[in-house]
Design a protein around this ligand. Structure first.
Ligand SMILES: Nc1ncnc2c1ncn2[C@@H]1O[C@H](COP(=O)(O)OP(=O)(O)OP(=O)(O)O)[C@@H](O)[C@H]1O
Length: 255
């Protein structure tokens, strides 16, 4: 595999990372035994970066995302979001941090079916106790190309449009970090391109940080760096790879 300059740890002097994973391990224990899903991952995600996380099935990608987003607790190690350690936070403080600083875009769009598009997008602000301004909600809907659809319900939209609502909902709080898990997994190539371009814009225009798990080399090529996981460890990275180069690196890993 083509790897870039040292990635352990990829420290940029003078600029604190948006998200720092320090020595993360995760062991799942069940009656069937213990599974070491992450075996010591240290990585800095810089502000304004777009990183794709790839690796064979079972290599720990979703576990990494869940731990980084505070949706699951690592067994050992530390996650810092903008300098705040997630481990020391109460559930209430963690929920607040998640609502204010993180955006989530998953394969299942997780929209509320009974709410209109407008109300789905406004919801995160309401949950943080803010009263959403109409122009603010319409501005993010315009940004994702859904200006005319505010009054529809999710079931009246295509899959790609629903995912754009999910992105608008994640954009409205202007989160520091977006976590995306297979955000284009259920979409055709045109809809996928729109979603990936929106994530790309979030980093390029607003300096937001995107961490995206994907199996798709074409999707991964929208990121400036692909981080490869193998068997719970960082196996390497590839900067500004083409889909072909990324696919070749994946095949090397799967050998
Ligand atoms: N809740 C759980 N309990 C037990 N084992 C788990 C649990 N969740 C994940 N695992 C195991 O941890 C390992 C990593 O899983 P994870 O879902 O993070 O991998 P992944 O790289 O995202 O896989 P995929 O590409 O197939 O989605 C796998 O061996 C998986 O079986």
């Amino acid at each position: 595999m083509t790897t870039t300059a040292p990635i352990h740890p990829n420290v940029h002097v003078g600029e604190p990372p948006a998200l720092l994973l320090d020595g993360i391990t995760k062991t799942y224990r069940s009656k069937a035994g213990a599974v070491d899903a992450l075996r010591g991952v240290t990585y800095h995600f810089h502000r304004g970066s777009f990183t794709a996380v790839m690796g064979p099935s079972g290599s720990g990608k979703s576990t990494l995302l869940q731990c980084a987003a505070g949706l699951d607790k690592p067994t050992t190690g530390t996650v810092l979001l903008g300098g705040t350690g997630l481990h020391g936070l109460s559930e209430v403080a963690l929920t607040k941090l998640r609502r204010e600083q993180m955006g989530f875009v998953f394969q299942a769009y997780n929209l509320l079916p009974s709410l209109t598009v407008y109300d789905n997008v406004a919801l995160p602000l309401r949950l943080t106790g803010k009263r959403p301004r109409r122009d603010e909600v319409h501005q993010v809907l315009d940004q994702v190309g859904l200006g005319g659809m505010a009054r529809r319900r999710p079931a009246e939209l295509s899959g790609g449009q629903q995912q754009r609502v999910a992105i608008a909902r994640a954009l409205i709080t202007r989160p520091a970090v977006f976590f995306a898990d297979e955000p284009t997994g259920a979409l055709d190539s045109t809809a996928s391109r729109q979603i990936l371009s929106l994530l790309r814009e979030a980093t390029d225009r607003a300096g937001q940080t995107v961490v995206m798990v994907t199996h798709d080399p074409v999707a991964a090529a929208y990121a400036e760096r692909v981080l490869f996981l193998s068997d719970g460890l960082v196996a390497g990275s590839l900067d500004r790879g083409t889909p072909q180069q990324i696919a070749a690196a994946m095949s090397d890993l799967e050998r």
